[in-house]
Ligand binder design. Sequence first.
Ligand SMILES: [Zn+2]
Length: 77
Amino acid sequence: MDREVTHERQIMLVAVDKPKAGLAQEAQAILTAHAPNAGGLCVGCYEFACMIATFPCSQARWALKAAAPCAAEGGRS
Ligand SMILES: [Zn+2]
């Protein structure tokens, strides 16, 4: 029974560690999935959550910031 507890803990550590280690990779994966279609709607939101959202959706906005914080802030004007 002790083993099960240890195993569970390891999984939690990996889950906590992953976003920190691969933030840029995570952002890149989100940007790949959340892309605009011809009508300017997010394909990823519709595919994964059956949600209709205009691009950039909230996930894409987060990913853009995470991937390139400076570019995201300077590219508005
Ligand atoms: Zn989206």
